[in-house]
Design a protein around this ligand. Sequence first.
Ligand SMILES: *Cc1c(COP(=O)(O)O)cnc(C)c1O
Length: 223
Amino acid sequence: MSIEENLLRIKSTIPANVSLIAVSKTHPADVVMEAYNAGQRVFGENKVQELVGKASEMPDDIEWHMIGHLQSNKVKYIAPFVSLIHGVDSFKLLKVIDKEAAKNNRIIPCLLQVHIASEETKFGFSPEELKLALQTGEHHQYKNVDIRGLMGMATFTEDESVIRSEFKMLKLLFNELKDSYFKDAVSFREVSMGMSDDYQIAIEEGTTMVRVGSAIFGLRHYT
Ligand SMILES: *Cc1c(COP(=O)(O)O)cnc(C)c1O
């Protein structure tokens, strides 16, 4: 199957109200262009250097999403152009994004990453930590970030019931926060969950964004 065929097949299974982020990490720009030429305009990368490189090589009408762990000292490289930062896992990082966004006269859309998996290694706020952080109201002072919603990654497992319950939990948390801390924030409306192996479950559980890599571009070869 070609990249174009993969993309069209996946798009046909995604409802119109769910956006598809094509995760292009590790694939060179000429390969990623096949998806662009098939109509895809939203791409996700998980490393700053790779993101900046591809953004400079590829057309300007692409929306670039940073989906990986972001270090504070690297925010400045993506602040001029990034469309959405999915992995905001501390208010310290949010503060840096706000500062760099202001320098660029921008408001940068962000998602707060929540740790929903059972693995220790995945980044993100625990649901309790996130509520405590929001309770402080600190985020209200950051005028150059726009908190659009939540992002999460399920446990790496074949057990669908585990994945489903983690996605359910994230969606419930989203609804709870929406009704409390983001009542008047119309832009707080996104949930980013679901990857190649579990995006269909995520759609059933009410995601608004899926991040799909290998199902479009094939397996990644790490060197
Ligand atoms: C790599 C990656 C994806 C896509 O993974 P696939 O299994 O290839 O679809 C999605 N989200 C994040 C955060 C990733 O790092």
